[in-house]
Write a new protein. Structure first.
Length: 100
């Protein structure tokens, strides 16, 4: 065998070729954030920019996980709106405003 898997179909056997795993898709994004309350940004969270980035990444993964790969490109505006709404809700307590 060439390292592939063997599949059994009744009494017949077929050797299935082994392919290297596909890498996960790489997705980049830009988020515009403005500090509207410096005191809340300083004391609400230890690193507000890192917190917003982590939150945006989490929301992006969650929203993209709900869609098929083909739909991710078609639903860009809906993804943007969902990410901005989610980040805006949490970032307000940290003295930040998500612009887009």
């Amino acid at each position: 065998m060439d390292g592939g898997r063997v599949a059994r179909f009744g009494r017949a056997r077929a050797s299935l070729p082994s392919y290297p795993p596909l890498p996960p898709p790489q997705i980049d994004g830009v988020l515009f954030v403005k500090i509207v309350d410096p005191a809340a940004a300083s004391y609400g969270v230890s690193n507000p920019m890192a917190a917003v980035v982590a939150l945006a990444q989490t929301v992006m993964r969650s929203e993209i996980g709900k869609l098929s790969l083909d739909k991710t490109f078609e639903e860009r505006d809906a993804l943007n709106d969902a990410i901005v709404r989610s980040v805006q809700g949490a970032a307000a307590a940290w003295g930040l405003q998500c612009m887009r």
